[in-house]
Unconditional design. Structure first.
Length: 308
């Protein structure tokens, strides 16, 4: 489809009437279509396809400061079990061009990116980490996904994420949060809260991939901007918390699981940035086994096609 606009026709209006009736216009008076640039993409997908797939697609959603690269190890494992696997980067996150307005992007705008990706993939199973976990929960409330796996998820309204380690460091970032400016935590704060279970020799490489993100979205998480009604969430759900998570404490993940009546798994010995930590594959197998155990009507596209 050509994205553009129609220029007005100058001169005799009878020419327009003749064109509507099917008569050709003189060449000098024909309507011109002037191409316009397509709107910029608001999300990016990294995908590992599966030829002849009979199982549902899986979409992975990252947290703040991160992108699709968080799941670069997980996608091949999902595909190996037959699930076409995609990971998303939100607007303004690499490999998409940066946004000057990234500090003002809201949770709702990031959720809109995820919803667009879910429509493209036709109601996938969704794995959401951190902010991506909250977005996944929001999508489940709206029946946009088949099943949900929340990994160290940011909490909805009514469950506070403001633990003492976060509060002790929060003053540094208050201007960005209050004024909706872009910000990126310091290396010391990332190491202490997010990367504490990533080997020290590997932390700099991970930090180098983080980008400044939305002060507005961070403020909305802190204040509990998303309300998700438990009775509206009907998709199967698994919640994974990490034993040594200092960013989203394991108690927060446990409360989310209890509120939504979901099974809860603790990733023993792990912190917030699970998929970059030694032994993450063991925890990934727990998630993959849970997906494999879903009813065929949810897990298998072929079953859906036969009985749809």
């Amino acid at each position: 489809m050509l994205w553009g606009h129609v220029l007005p026709v100058e001169g005799d209006r009878s020419l327009i009437a003749r064109r509507v009736e099917g008569a050709p216009l003189p060449t000098s008076c024909q309507v011109s279509i002037v191409p316009e640039p397509m709107p910029p993409a608001t999300y990016h997908l990294d995908t590992v396809p599966v030829d002849g797939a009979t199982r549902a697609p899986v979409l992975c959603l990252p947290g703040l400061f991160a992108g699709a690269w968080v799941f670069e190890g997980l996608l091949p494992l999902l595909a190996a079990r037959g699930y076409p696997a995609s990971a998303m980067s939100y607007r303004g996150h690499p490999p998409l061009p940066p946004l000057a307005s990234i500090g003002r992007q809201s949770l709702t705008e990031f959720a809109a990116d995820a919803c667009a990706a879910a429509r493209e993939l036709d109601r996938p199973i969704v794995i959401g980490h951190s902010l991506g976990g909250l977005v996944t929960l929001w999508m489940a409330e709206r029946n946009l996904i088949r099943a949900a796996i929340l990994v160290s998820p940011a909490p909805p309204r009514g469950i506070s994420v403001l633990s003492p380690p976060i509060l002790a460091r929060m003053a540094t970032y208050l201007p960005a949060l209050l004024l909706s400016r872009a910000f990126l935590p310091s290396a010391a704060h990332l190491d202490a809260l997010v990367l504490n279970c990533v080997p020290a020799t590997e932390r700099a490489a991970v930090r180098g991939r983080f980008v400044a993100d939305s002060g507005r979205a961070a403020r909305e998480i802190a204040l509990g901007a998303f309300t998700v009604q438990p009775r509206a969430v009907r998709a199967p759900m698994l919640v994974v918390g990490a034993e040594h998570d200092r960013f989203i404490p394991v108690g927060v993940s446990r409360r989310i699981a209890a509120r939504y009546h979901a099974p809860f798994h603790v990733a023993a010995g792990h912190g917030h940035f699970l998929f970059a930590e030694p032994g993450w594959e063991r925890e990934a197998r727990v998630v993959l086994d849970w997906i494999d155990a879903l009813p065929p009507s949810i897990r298998d596209v072929a079953h859906e096609m036969r009985h749809g």
